[in-house]
Design a protein around this ligand. Sequence first.
Ligand code: PNS
Length: 159
Amino acid sequence: MRRAVYPGSFDPVTNGHLDVIERARKLFDEVIVAVAQNDEKEALFSLEERLQFLQDSIGKIDMVRIAQFDGLLVEFATAQKASAVIRGLRAVSDFEFEFQMALMNRKLEAGVETIFLMPKEEYTYLSSRIIKEIARLGGDVSSFVPPVVSKALVRKFAG
Ligand code: PNS
């Protein structure tokens, strides 16, 4: 069983994330989409909301499992018997941090390989941070995120 973990804050999940999940699914028998609980970043949505958005968007896709994790990513991956960590790489600007994280994770646990996947070109400019900013300023984000997220963002910033 080739299993991969796709970790992130998913605050909130975007169409770019969904594209990476689809790509990963073609390469692995099972993909565990893992939401970080203890990310240092201040999240807009609670862990429960972020998990629910994923559940509503990809919960029915075969061989994709949604999970939450606390602590070190490589420890979670090992416990799940996953041999790879998937990360999306959009632009050169992502590379430095991702490279550092991949090498550190390999130092911590040599049995877990990081694999970078590039989302579809039209998603390369998408990020959860930018989506939140557009939504906060009243912009329409419905073509960038799943419908459940778009509605939640409108509710969050209404009034
Ligand atoms: O979506 P993000 O915010 O870019 O995801 C970052 C995440 C959650 C993958 C990263 O912060 C992480 O792996 N956190 C778990 C703690 C850990 O293992 N840190 C050491 C990484 S070298």
